[in-house]
Design a protein around this ligand. Structure first.
Ligand code: NAD
Length: 273
């Protein structure tokens, strides 16, 4: 289904990242992947020792997970908060004559959730708000901007990002700050679907997925009670990472006329009250 197609997979932290399931499914369907992970790039300036250690370990874990799970995958460092890093990444792909047929945006960060404790929105600082927005939403615009600028995204490419129901509704788990960034991510996707559909035949869709504790971000954010509650509320129970991978791969199929969708892969949780 995806033979001779190359996809950019962002957001792999380790073997349990949602993006990893999609990357493996793309390979199974005959496609290729380029995976990006957060690490220390030449564009990082004035990093503290602590930040350097964190980023270096993050990149090592990412690289090891990719080499364990995917044969011959290319790995690259990418910090979406640094424009120069995104641009040099895109330029490098262009210099190597690589053309992408799509991208999975699976990146999110919110420092107002710590040890599963959620800071009330009323106490969120401007920096905390803007950092979450930058990493989790605006990064979609910047990534596509530089991929197009360096002529790396093919006409007819498909872009997909990951969200959840809290972008629209207050849920039993009070996500607060990150919910706002997810709402922005969804709106950005819809606007880009219109702009890029008309200009480049590029499709842009978002998938709202069930709570999943297996990943680093999920484990840092969710309680088992939350996951059990949504499992009970969902007519089909919580969706699994493979359900998500299948849906992303479906949206990555060439020549589909599906764009601007906010889809639910959540076992039907969104229809419940
Ligand atoms: N786990 C869930 O319950 C769940 C549910 C619905 C949607 N999602 C979304 O799925 C996506 C992937 O999350 P996951 O659950 O697989 O967790 P994860 O921790 O495996 O992935 C999050 C990724 O974001 C990356 N990231 C953070 N800051 C970055 C930066 N500045 N530059 C580049 N990358 C950066 C991290 O390195 C990590 O790879 C996120 O957008 C998340 O909000 C998760």
């Amino acid at each position: 289904m995806l033979s001779n197609k190359i996809f950019l997979i962002t957001g792999i932290a380790d073997n349990h990242s949602l993006a990893m399931y999609t990357a493996k499914e793309i390979i199974k369907q005959g496609g290729k992947v380029i995976c990006t992970g957060l690490g220390v790039s030449e564009h990082h300036k004035g990093l503290s020792e602590k930040a350097k250690i964190f980023l270096t370990k993050n990149f090592e874990d990412f690289k090891n997970a990719v080499s364990e799970e995917i044969e011959e995958a290319q790995v690259e460092i990418l910090d979406v908060t640094i424009d120069e890093n995104i641009e040099s990444f895109a330029r490098n792909l262009s210099q190597r004559n690589i053309k992408l047929d799509g991208m999975l945006h699976a990146i999110a960060m919110d420092k107002t959730i710590r040890n599963k404790e959620v800071k009330p929105l009323i106490d969120v600082t401007k920096d905390e708000f803007c950092d979450t927005m930058d990493v989790s939403a605006y990064s979609l615009i910047r990534l596509i901007h530089y991929l197009l600028k360096h002529n790396v995204l093919e006409r007819g490419s498909s872009i997909c990002s990951l969200s959840y129901i809290a972008a629209e509704k207050v849920t039993f788990h009070p996500y607060r700050n990150i919910s706002i960034a997810k709402a922005a991510l969804e709106r950005i996707s819809v606007e880009l679907a219109d702009e890029l559909g008309r200009s480049h035949d590029i499709r842009v869709n978002v998938i709202r997925f069930s709570p999943f504790m297996g990943s680093k971000a999920g484990n840092a954010t969710l309680n088992i009670e939350d996951v059990n509650t949504s499992d009970k509320m969902s007519p089909l129970g919580n969706a699994k990472p493979m359900d998500l991978a299948h849906e992303v791969v479906h949206l990555f199929r060439p020549n589909l006329r599906i764009t601007g969708e906010i889809r639910h892969v959540d076992g039907g949780y969104h229809i419940t009250g």
